[in-house]
Each structure stands twice: as structure tokens, then as C-alpha cells.
Ligand binder design. Structure first.
Ligand code: MG
Length: 414
């Protein structure tokens, strides 16, 4: 059995006078809703949505059931706005997740409309699961706006999709196979407009208790402005029926690449109300580049240190001695090993004036192979010995120095 543990927090913030956000935490269903509309209508919209969502999901606790529950919540807000003129124009976002059973497999299903967000923290890495249905974010997705300009876009608060505006609504659906240690965050834009993803990730990684984590996120969002209502639900997967171990065992035994998507986007049929999904085909999100987790970084560093250490040791050994060898017709001293070692070729240290031809024949094989010496001084001593032996062997006549050439006769005067 997959077991979840959740914590939540909601705060009016430092600017608004009322909290129009609503949250829902049950054993299997979790949601955040951010209401909007004048004269406290936002509060009404988010409350209606959450209550309708809960009631509808109770009737069909499946992935389709959650998407249908969001559509039902939409109709509930829409009907109420139509009935009460003072509530006209109210709307609400909703981001919900539920633990469901699909063909005997437990999975987390997510449904989203609006700009509240769901994130997944897995292996210390934070990913935004949902797409914001706001004007600039839609422009980013169409390639009309740079992602870094979206956060400051003057129309960032204009939502392109929200519950309560129409009788039917398109719902974005996602699903996640939950693994022990996974952490899901649902949050209204009061959090995500105040804190960067890195700041959020840092809190999610640092604190383990979900309630404490939710409170800390709200506290930080307030501290950095608190210009909107802030609502946070943190859901931890505390037991996964040994799914994580089974998955890593399977992975290890097949040496297969990681199964890829952390989150699968589920095709939505739109608001046809039938609840039928386009088969079971997942439309995977664009594969995110596998970011380096701390463990991967540490492992890579350890491997690099080992490789570097081994390389250094080989280099030291390869260059640590000298030998007396041959360079052309001269005796020479080299640094390194006579045949080199891996890619470390010996280097010529000194070409002596001693001709190979002068070396006593008994020593020539030695220097042809390379006579190894522990140090440069030892190598020089060996050459000096060779010189002495050579001199002792040579007949005296051949040691005479070459006499200077006789002076050339002066040119005859003209
Ligand atoms: Mg808000």
C-alpha cells in the first residue's frame, strides 16, 4: 500500500484583507484553489470548487474520476455565479492530486486548471509538473515570449483558463508513479510569485516534516513580500509498497536506461463530460535534461579523483628515472623509461660528446637497450665511467689531437 503524509498551510499574506485561497487535505485527495472575483466572491468560488471536487471524487476515486471531479467543480462554480448576480465573474484555479488505483497499480494522478502549481521533488530535484494557464506562460509555450520575461510580464495575472467562466472546461491531467521519498507540492501563486523554484526546493529538501515544511514556505513567501494569499500543501510518499526497491532491482538486473519520464501528461478529452480519455496514451512532457543530482556529482568526482590519481602515479613512475641510451651516433641521457610507459615517451636530457663507436663493445648492448639509473647524477656517473673505459681501451696513437691545418700560401702579388 502506498502511504502518504501531508501537511498544509494557508495565509492571507501581508497585503490582502481576506484569504480567497482554499485547500483540501484528505487521506487520498489533496487540492489548492485560488479564487478570484470582487466582494469576497473569490472565497466563495474556491470553497465551492473544493467541496464539489471532494464530493465528486468520492463517487469515482480514479484518475478519470479526478478529471471529472474538476469538471464538476467547474460547473458548480459556474452555476452558482449564474444564480447569484453579485457573484458573477467569480472564478477559481484548482490544482489537485489523488492517489488512485488503476488496474491494480497505485498512482498519483494530478489535474490542473489555472496558475496554481504542482511540483515534484524526487532525488532532491524539483520539477514543476503543471503548466500555468496564464497569458504570458501561454505565450512562452507558443514561442512568442522568452521564459525569463514571463515572470515580469504585466499581464502575468491574466488567466487563460479558470473554473467558473464557462459550463465546460479543459483539464490538464498528469500522473506519477509514486516512489518512497517523493514529495509533491501544491501551491497557489502567492507562493510561486514570491519565491524562486530554487528557494522552494531548498526548503523542501531541508525540512522533513510536511507540516513544518508548509509553514516554512508560507513564512518565507510572507517575508519576501506576501503580496497575495499563500497556500501550500506538501504531500510525502512515506511508503511505496517497495516499488522503489523493485524498480531499482529491475533496473540493475537489465542495466536498462532509466524509464524516462517522471511525470506523464495524460491526454484530455476536453469538456465533453463523458469522462472518456483518449485511450491510455500518455503524451509525455518534453523530456527534461537529466540534471545532475548531488549523488551523481559526488560519484563523478570520486571517479575523476581516482582516475587523476592513477594518471599521476603512472606519470610519476614513467618520468621518475633516467637511462643512458643512444641519440644518433652519440651516447645520450634520457629521462623516463627506455621503452616509454603508456603515453609517456622518454625525453632527451643530454646528448654527450661520447661517440657510440668509442664505447667498449661489452657496454654497447646495455646502452642500446637503455641503461637505467635512479637519478640524473647516476646517469652522468655511468657516462663518465664509459668515457674512462673507452679512453683505457683506445691505443695512444688515436688519442692525438688533430693538428691545425698548415697555413695556406699567400696569394702571389699581382
Ligand atoms: Mg493568488
Amino acid at each position: 500500500m502506498t502511504e502518504l503524509r501531508a501537511g498544509s498551510a494557508s495565509d492571507v499574506g501581508r497585503v490582502r484583507t481576506n484569504n480567497e485561497d482554499e485547500l483540501l487535505v484528505t487521506d487520498r485527495l489533496f487540492a489548492v484553489a485560488d479564487g478570484m472575483g470582487g466582494h469576497a466572491a473569490g472565497e466563495v468560488a474556491s470553497l465551492i470548487a473544493v467541496e464539489a471536487l471532494k464530493a465528486a471524487f468520492e463517487r469515482d476515486r480514479t484518475a478519470d474520476g479526478l478529471a471529472d471531479a474538476v469538471r464538476e467543480a467547474n460547473r458548480a462554480v459556474w452555476r452558482r455565479a449564474a444564480e447569484q448576480p453579485e457573484l458573477r465573474g467569480m472564478g477559481t484555479t484548482v490544482t489537485a492530486t489523488a492517489l488512485v488505483d488503476e488496474d491494480g497499480e497505485e498512482l498519483l494522478t494530478l489535474a490542473n486548471v489555472g496558475d496554481s502549481r504542482a511540483y515534484l521533488l524526487r532525488d532532491g530535484e524539483l520539477d514543476q509538473i503543471t503548466d500555468d494557464h496564464s497569458l504570458p506562460e501561454e505565450m512562452v509555450r507558443r514561442g512568442e515570449l522568452a521564459p525569463e520575461d514571463a515572470a515580469l510580464h504585466p499581464q502575468r495575472h491574466i488567466l487563460t483558463r479558470v473554473l467558473g467562466m464557462d459550463e465546460e472546461i479543459e483539464v490538464d491531467c498528469f500522473r506519477i508513479i509514486p516512489f518512497k521519498g517523493d514529495r509533491i507540492l501544491l501551491a497557489s501563486d502567492g507562493l510561486t510569485n514570491e519565491l524562486t523554484d530554487d528557494q522552494i526546493a531548498s526548503v523542501l529538501r531541508r525540512l522533513s516534516d510536511p507540516e513544518e515544511t508548509a509553514n516554512e514556505l508560507v513564512r518565507q513567501a510572507k517575508a519576501s513580500g506576501g503580496s497575495d494569499n499563500i497556500t501550500v500543501v506538501v504531500i510525502d510518499v512515506v511508503d511505496d509498497d517497495d516499488r522503489a526497491n523493485a524498480a531499482s532491482a529491475a533496473l540493475a538486473s537489465t542495466a536498462a536506461p532509466p524509464s524516462g519520464e517522471r511525470v506523464a501528461r495524460v491526454a484530455d478529452t476536453g469538456g465533453d463530460g463523458s469522462g472518456r480519455r483518449d485511450a491510455d496514451v500518455d503524451e509525455p512532457r518534453a523530456p527534461r535534461a537529466r540534471r545532475l543530482t548531488t549523488r551523481v556529482v559526488l560519484f563523478t568526482l570520486a571517479v575523476l579523483v581516482l582516475i587523476g590519481g592513477a594518471f599521476g602515479a603512472i606519470a610519476w613512475y614513467a618520468r621518475s628515472s633516467y637511462y643512458v641510451g643512444v641519440d644518433g651516433d652519440r651516447v645520450a641521457i634520457y629521462q623516463g623509461r627506455p621503452d616509454g610507459l603508456f603515453w609517456f615517451d622518454p625525453t632527451l636530457e643530454q646528448r654527450t660528446t661520447l661517440a657510440v663507436a668509442e664505447v667498449p663493445p661489452a657496454r654497447r648492448d646495455d646502452i642500446a637497450r637503455g641503461k637505467e639509473e635512479a637519478s640524473l647524477a647516476d646517469a652522468r656517473r655511468y657516462v663518465a665511467n664509459l668515457r674512462e673505459e673507452a679512453a683505457a681501451l683506445l691505443p695512444p696513437s688515436t688519442t692525438t689531437t688533430v693538428s691545425p691545418p698548415p697555413p695556406s700560401p699567400a696569394p702571389p702579388p699581382t
